[in-house]
Design a protein around this ligand. Structure first.
Ligand code: NAD
Length: 453
């Protein structure tokens, strides 16, 4: 495979220090934005062919966020790449202290399929902004999108700087043999462990953006109308194939009948019928079968229709689900919403705590005590109170998981840090040298050290 030749050329290019030039980074980001803007109709066409994802969804949930990230760096890259002066401790006087953000070198980004543009290009933008070279391996499942990303980048940029490698498991396995300076992976916890293990022998720093079962809780005091609208939107967006979608719902038992009714009304309004231009299909037959296998027909209270020819699964709500049901044993990653009820909020939080730490969690309530407990007692990547998904859209919030849902984070300045080394520097004056740290030692020196420290 030619990957090692390209990798070698990227190493050589990085060593020219050209990528450290801030003007060069900005020009690259601007060029990338223009390429994407000029290719929008092709980007829409490719993703629609892959899993019937429409242009509205693609613009709102992928392209607009990529443009936003590029604009963030164009505005902030000068500030971010300057050495940051920090306080200097008394023991380091006379002197000054700085943090230098140093590019890591040759980076590799491995993407998941569900937001194929977003999950490859946002990390690539962060990597470019931080001054690295970059190889990107998009998911092979949406073939048209993978080919288009490769065509756009590989035709417009020199491969010794930016390169898109097409392929699946064998190609990724080859790439992992190369000694990258950073690997940024988005995908399942199962494959995340394979990646982590494969590169541990070279001590390659890794960011893992993984998944899991993210809960949404609706308590008695919630604004049910708003909660139903926001939960339905986020759960069934992208055909339910969103890493931070509410995976399952926990509803206080006294409001459950009313809340189910409201969710059904909201779903009726979406018109997510088979063949609807605005409803995304399941990515492939394997996932289609897997998702159908999680549905217990006896528990369906809404939806349940499906069509193998169009890989359509109707938005489906299951009621009276228990923690032991099949649908509660793995990340659903499809348009199926299991609803469980609870009566004791504290016991509910404890139950969530017994499971793997989720990528996201959501709480709908007006009660301060419930909000406080949710924030203090649950550990999860990120989330919202009285909303869903929207935390991912902010440049000012780090996005990432914890425990089984990931290691590290990105977006905005956090992405810049993820792709940089924070080099600590003390610049000392050559005058005023105290002798207390130098031998021979004495009680007098010891007393002076104790006073200073
Ligand atoms: P996946 O783990 O199957 O694949 C991700 C990438 O890994 C792909 O590029 C694939 O080619 C590669 N890959 C797969 N098997 C491999 C192997 N054995 N060795 C080396 N590389 C391999 O994930 P997916 O199906 O593309 O995406 C779904 C998962 O990703 C879900 O768990 C979802 O929650 C998670 N996800 C997380 C985020 C996030 O930002 N945290 C975003 C999207 C998806």
């Amino acid at each position: 495979m030619e990957f090692d030749i390209i990798f070698q050329s990227q190493k050589e290019f990085f060593n020219t220090h050209k990528t450290k030039d801030v003007a060069f980074r900005k020009a690259t980001l601007l060029k990338l934005k223009n390429i994407l803007k000029e290719s929008e109709s092709n980007l829409y066409e490719a993703i629609y062919k892959d899993f019937r994802k429409g242009s509205f969804d693609t613009f709102l949930n992928e392209l607009s966020l990529i443009y936003n990230e590029i604009d963030f760096f164009l505005r902030n890259i000068d500030r971010l790449s300057k050495p940051k002066k920090v306080k200097t401790a008394l023991k380091l006087q006379p002197g000054k202290s700085y943090i230098y953000n140093e590019p890591l070198g040759c980076t590799l980004i491995i993407g998941a399929w569900n937001y194929p543009y977003l999950l490859t290009l946002i990390p690539m933008v962060s990597s470019i902004a931080a001054g690295n070279t970059c190889m990107v391996k998009p998911s092979e499942l949406p073939q048209n999108t993978m080919q288009l990303i490769a065509e756009l980048i590989n035709n417009q940029f020199s491969s010794n700087y930016l390169y898109v490698a097409e392929g699946g498991v064998p190609e990724t396995t080859e790439l992992l043999k190369l000694r990258f300076d950073k690997i940024f992976f988005t995908g399942s916890p199962r494959v995340g462990k394979i990646i982590y293990q494969a590169v541990a022998k070279n001590l390659v720093p890794v960011t893992l953006e993984l998944g899991g079962k993210s809960p949404a809780i609706v308590t008695q005091s919630a604004n049910l109308e708003v909660a139903a609208k926001r939960i339905i939107w986020s759960k069934f967006l992208n055909g339910g194939q969103t890493c931070i979608a509410p995976d399952y719902l926990l509803v206080e038992e006294s409001i459950k009948p009313r809340f189910l009714q409201l969710m059904k009304e909201k779903l009726d309004e979406t018109q997510y019928t088979d063949g609807a231009e605005h409803y995304v299909s399941i990515i492939n037959k394997r996932n289609y079968d897997r998702i159908l296998g999680l549905i217990d027909k006896a528990k369906i209270v809404y939806g349940g229709k499906h069509n193998e020819d169009t890989l359509y699964i109707e938005p489906t709500i299951m009621d009276n689900v228990t923690w032991e049901d099949a649908v509660m044993q793995e990340e659903i990653f499809g348009p199926v919403l299991p609803v469980l009820s609870y009566s004791n909020y504290n016991a509910l939080l404890q139950k969530i705590r017994e499971r793997e730490k989720p990528l996201a969690a959501y709480l709908f309530t007006k009660n301060k005590d419930e909000k406080d407990k949710f924030l203090q007692l649950l550990s999860f990547g990120g989330g919202c109170i009285n909303d869903t998904l929207m935390h991912i859209t902010s440049d000012y919030l780090p996005f990432g998981g914890i425990g089984n849902s990931g290691i590290g984070n990105y977006h905005g300045a956090f992405g810049f840090q993820t792709f940089s080394h924070q080099k600590s520097i003390v610049k000392k004056a050559t005058w005023g040298e105290p002798d207390w740290k130098y031998p021979p030692y004495s009680d007098k020196k010891m007393n002076r050290i104790k006073r200073i420290i």
